[in-house]
Design a protein around this ligand. Structure first.
Ligand SMILES: Nc1ncnc2c1ncn2[C@@H]1O[C@H](COP(=O)(O)OP(=O)(O)OP(=O)(O)O)[C@@H](O)[C@H]1O
Ligand SMILES: [Mg+2]
Length: 626
C-alpha cells in the first residue's frame, strides 16, 4: 500500500508556492458568477450593517455632550431609542445576509463538484494511474467545503471589515486626529506581519491538505483491501501506518495553529496597547479641558467597535489562504488535459501511407467498411509502439513495432509471458491509452479518427479484473451497451453462462454490492463477460476473461463464447491452452514484439517459447485441437 510521506499528487500539480492567493481565488469567478448578484448584495448589506455599528458611537457622543451634560431626560430617552433601533437594524441586516448567501453557495459547491466528477471521468487512464484516489477524494470533499465556507464567510467579511476599518479610521481621525494617529500607527507593523504570515501559512496549509489526501488514500485502501489486511493479519501494521500518517497531519496542523496563534497574539495585543495609550492621552486632555468628554467617549467606543474587524483579520486571512490552497488543488485536477488530446506528443507517427497493401489478404474484406481509408477490414495494428508516460526514458518501449492483422470474423489469441505487454496492447484498442507511434485501424478506419462514442460502440472489452459497480446485476451488464434492453440482457447472460443471476434473491435486480464483492470471482467474471457481449459488438477485446473459472464452468463459458466469437472479430488474451483453442490463430507476444503468428499447432511446432508457455498440457491439448 502506498504510504508515502511526500504527497504523491504533488507531481501532478504546478508548484503552488509562488502563486498569489488572490490570483488563485480569482479562478473561482466562473463558478461564482451565476450567484454574483446575491453574493454582492449580501456583502453590500453587511457593509451597511457594519457601518450602522459605527454610527452608534456618534449617537453616544451626541448624548454625552447634549442631553446628559444638560440633564435632559427626554433627550436621553430619544438617544436610547435611537441606539436600540440602530442595534436592531444591524442585527436584522446581518440575518438578511446569511439568508442571501446560504442557498446559492450550496449550488456553487454542487456545480464545482459536478464539474470535477465529470472531468475525472474524461481524464485519461494515465492520469488515474498517476494520482492516488484519496487525493482526488479529498479534493471533492474537504477542499470544496473549504471553498464554500470561504465564499460564505471570509470573502464577505474581508470586504466588510476592510470597509469598516477604513470608515472607522476616517471617523477617528476626523474627530481628533492626534488621538487617531495613536491608533493608526500600530496598523503599519500589523500589515507587514500579515503579509509575512501569508507566505509561511500558505506552505503549511498546502502541506496539511496534501497530507489529508494521503490519509484518505490509506483509509480507502484499508477499507477496499480489508480482505487482504485481515487475511495476512496486517491490521496492526496497517494501523501503524495510519497512525504515523495521522501523526504527521497532526504535527503540521499544530505548526499551522502555532503560526496562527503568534499572529493572533500580535493582532490582539497591538490594538489593545494602542487603545490603552489613547485612553490615557485622551483622559489627560479632557482633564486639561481641550477635549470634550463626548468626543472621548465617541472616540473610544469607535475604537472598541473596530476591535473585532481588526482582530478578525487574522483568521479571515488564514481561511482565505486555506481557500486559495483548496482552489489550487481543485484546479490541479481541472487543468489536467482530458483524454481527447494524446497522452504525450506523438513523435512523427507513421500515420499516412507506408503500410498500404502490405497485408493484401485483408483487401477483399475491406469492402465492409463504409468510409474505410485503406480498405483493410478487421482489426489491424500497424507499426504500433507504446511507452507509458511515467516510464523511465532509458527503458525500451513496452510495445514496439507491433504489426498484427485480425481479419474480420477471426478470433486471435494473444499469448505471452507475464509482463510481456498483453494487457497494455488490449488497452490500446478502446483508446484507454494512446499509441505513441503507429496506428490501429478498425475496418480500415484509424481509431484516433473515430468519435469516441462510435469507437466504444464498435469495441467491447472485458479485463482481467472484472470490475462491477454498486448497482443491480442487470444494470451492471447493461452498462455494456447504450440502449440494450431486457432481451439483449437475457441473451448476454446466457452466452456468458451467467444464468446464476436468476437464482439470486431478486434475480437480475439483485444489488451486487460495492465492486460486486458479494459474488464469487467466477461469477464476477461471467457478469463482466456478459457486459462485453451485450451490445453485440463488432470487435471484442478480452483480457484473459476466463482466468477465475473452474474447469467445468470454463468449458460452459467457452462453448458459449465460441458462438459469440463466430460473429465478431476478437482479440483474446489467453494463458491456458483451452482458451487458445477458441481462436483461429495465435499471436505470440515476446518482450513487446509479436514474435510469431500462426495456428496453435504451427506455433507449438515452430516456437520453443510458445511451447514452454503452453507446457504441461501441450501434448494433451495438441491432440484435442482440430
Ligand atoms: N500504468 C502503467 N504504468 C507504467 N507501466 C506499466 C503500467 N501498466 C503496466 N506497466 C508495465 O508494462 C509492462 C507490461 O504490462 P502488462 O500489464 O501489459 O503485462 P501483461 O502481459 O498483461 O502481464 P500479465 O500476463 O501478468 O497480465 C510491465 O512491465 C508493467 O510493469
Ligand atoms: Mg495482463
Amino acid at each position: 500500500m502506498a504510504v508515502t510521506s511526500e504527497p504523491r499528487a504533488q507531481e501532478g500539480g504546478a508548484a503552488p508556492r509562488h502563486r498569489s492567493a488572490t490570483r488563485s481565488l480569482l479562478r473561482l469567478w466562473p463558478y461564482v458568477r451565476p450567484v454574483r448578484v446575491r453574493l454582492f448584495g449580501a456583502a453590500g448589506v453587511a457593509v451597511v450593517a457594519s457601518c450602522l455599528g459605527l454610527v452608534i458611537p456618534l449617537v453616544l457622543k451626541w448624548m454625552v455632550d447634549g442631553p446628559v451634560a444638560h440633564r435632559d431626560p427626554g433627550g436621553v430617552w430619544l438617544g436610547g431609542a435611537l441606539l436600540l433601533a440602530l442595534g436592531t437594524a444591524e442585527a436584522a441586516l446581518f440575518g438578511l445576509r446569511r439568508w442571501l448567501v446560504g442557498r446559492p453557495l450550496a449550488s456553487v459547491e454542487a456545480a464545482m463538484r459536478a464539474d470535477l466528477y465529470r472531468h475525472l471521468q474524461r481524464l485519461p487512464v494515465s492520469f488515474h494511474d498517476r494520482w492516488a484516489s484519496g487525493q482526488l477524494l479529498s479534493r471533492a470533499t474537504t477542499d470544496l467545503m473549504l471553498l464554500r465556507m470561504f465564499l460564505a464567510f471570509p470573502l464577505t467579511f474581508l470586504v466588510v471589515n476592510g470597509v469598516t476599518i477604513l470608515a472607522g479610521f476616517a471617523i477617528l481621525l476626523s474627530q481628533e486626529w492626534t488621538l487617531g494617529l495613536v491608533l493608526v500607527v500600530p496598523a503599519v507593523p500589523l500589515v507587514i506581519l500579515c503579509s509575512l504570515f501569508e507566505t509561511r501559512y500558505a506552505t503549511v496549509a498546502r502541506t496539511v491538505q496534501d497530507q489529508t489526501g494521503d490519509l484518505t488514500t490509506v483509509v480507502e485502501e484499508g477499507v477496499l483491501g480489508v480482505r487482504i489486511v485481515k487475511g495476512f493479519g496486517r491490521h496492526r501494521s496497517q494501523a501503524r501506518a495510519f497512525r504515523a500518517l495521522s501523526e504527521q497531519v497532526r504535527s503540521t496542523e499544530l505548526h499551522k495553529a502555532r503560526l496562527l496563534a503568534t499572529l493572533w497574539a500580535l493582532i490582539m495585543t497591538l490594538p489593545e496597547l494602542a487603545i490603552g495609550a489613547a485612553l490615557v492621552l485622551g483622559t489627560v486632555r479632557v482633564a486639561d479641558g481641550d477635549l470634550s468628554a463626548g468626543t472621548l467617549v465617541a472616540f473610544l467606543s469607535t475604537a472598541l467597535t473596530l476591535r473585532w474587524p481588526v482582530e478578525s483579520l487574522g483568521f479571515l486571512l488564514a481561511m482565505s489562504q486555506d481557500a486559495a490552497t483548496a482552489t489550487d488543488r481543485y484546479f490541479d485536477v481541472m487543468d489536467a488535459e482530458p483524454a481527447t488530446a494524446a497522452d504525450r506528443p506523438r513523435p512523427a507517427p507513421a500515420r499516412e501511407g507506408g503500410e498500404h497493401g502490405e497485408h493484401g489478404e485483408g483487401g477483399q474484406e475491406g469492402a465492409e467498411s463504409q468510409d474505410g481509408q485503406d480498405g483493410v477490414g478487421g482489426l489491424r495494428f500497424a507499426g504500433v509502439e507504446f511507452v507509458y508516460a511515467d516510464a523511465p526514458p532509458e527503458e525500451p518501449p513496452v510495445l514496439r513495432g507491433i504489426d498484427l492483422h485480425i481479419r474480420p470474423g477471426e478470433t486471435m489469441a494473444l499469448v505471452g509471458a507475464t509482463g510481456s505487454g498483453k494487457t497494455t496492447l488490449t488497452a490500446l484498442v478502446p483508446r484507454l491509452h494512446e499509441v505513441t507511434r503507429g496506428r490501429i485501424t478498425l475496418d480500415g478506419r484509424d481509431i484516433t479518427a473515430l468519435p469516441r462514442d462510435e469507437l466504444r460502440a464498435l469495441v467491447a472489452v472485458a479485463f482481467e479484473e472484472p470490475t462491477l459497480f454498486s448497482a443491480t446485476a442487470g444494470e451492471n451488464v447493461l452498462m455494456g451497451a447504450a440502449g440494450a434492453g431486457r432481451e439483449e440482457l437475457l441473451r448476454a447472460l446466457k452466452v456468458a453462462q451467467a444464468d446464476f443471476v436468476h437464482a439470486l434473491p431478486e434475480g437480475i435486480d439483485t444489488e451486487v454490492g460495492e465492486q460486486g464483492l458479494s459474488l464469487s470471482g467466477g461469477q464476477r467474471q461471467r457478469l463482466a463477460l456478459a457486459r462485453a457481449v451485450v451490445g453485440g459488438p463488432r470487435f471484442l477485446v478480452l483480457d484473459d476473461p476466463l482466468s477465475a473459472l473452474d474447469v467445468h464452468t470454463e468449458a460452459l463459458v467457452e462453448a458459449a463464447l465460441r458462438r459469440v466469437l463466430a460473429s465478431t472479430t476478437a482479440l483474446v488474451v489467453a494463458h491456458r491452452p483451452s482458451t487458445v483453442l477458441l481462436a483461429d490463430r495465435v499471436a505470440l507476444l515476446s518482450e513487446g514484439r509479436i514474435a510469431a503468428v500462426g495456428t496453435h499447432q504451427r506455433l507449438l511446432r515452430e516456437s520453443a517459447e510458445y511451447r514452454s508457455l503452453m507446457s504441461g498440457q501441450e501434448a494433451e491439448e495438441g491432440e484435442r485441437s482440430p
